[in-house]
Design a protein around this ligand. Structure first.
Ligand code: NI
Length: 165
């Protein structure tokens, strides 16, 4: 397993591209997942999308505090409901946080690392992370959801506790 460098804006154009669907789940995809998990753990993150490590494929990993990591290949949101206001940051846009609205709960379907169909229901932080990571697969960043400049803050303005995902 290898810790991969996390790509940032504006150096990585892949962060603004729509990632490709994974058509065949093989050892190289499983290795990518393993590397993404150790990379996420190394930076203390709760989620990571493949374009953040320079791979334009539809693969995300996430890990809620005190839980095991989850990988979802070709994730798609099939249901969303409610709304939550969050202060969100991104490992690929370091130093800033934005106040945005996310769904309070989502249902995501996709495939696990063996290619089996999975369905994940989530609320709160996990719903936020799923929306954030799936946005990455579509070239969308949280800053695109920030409605005005006064809702974007540099890290120095905040008291801490916000997460970059
Ligand atoms: Ni991010």
């Amino acid at each position: 397993m290898a810790i991969l460098p996390i790509r940032h804006l504006p150096d990585e154009p892949g962060l603004r591209r729509k990632a490709k669907k994974v058509s065949r789940i093989d050892g190289s995809i499983q290795r990518l997942i393993d590397d993404m998990v150790v990379t996420m753990q190394e930076v203390g993150g709760v989620g990571l999308a493949a374009p953040q490590v320079g791979v334009s494929l539809r693969v995300i990993v996430l890990q809620m505090p005190e839980e095991e990591p989850i990988a979802i290949i070709n994730p798609a949101i099939v249901r969303r409901s409610g709304e939550q206001e969050v202060t969100e940051g991104c490992l690929s846009v370091p130093g800033y946080f934005g106040e945005i609205a996310r769904s309070e709960s989502v249902t995501v379907k996709g495939q696990d690392r063996q290619g089996r169909a999975i369905r994940v229901k989530a609320t709160g932080l996990m719903a936020e992370v799923l929306e954030h990571e799936i946005d990455h697969l579509n070239g969308v960043l949280y800053v695109d959801h920030v409605e005005s400049v006064d809702k974007l803050h540099s890290v120095e303005e905040l008291e801490g506790g916000q997460m970059e995902i």
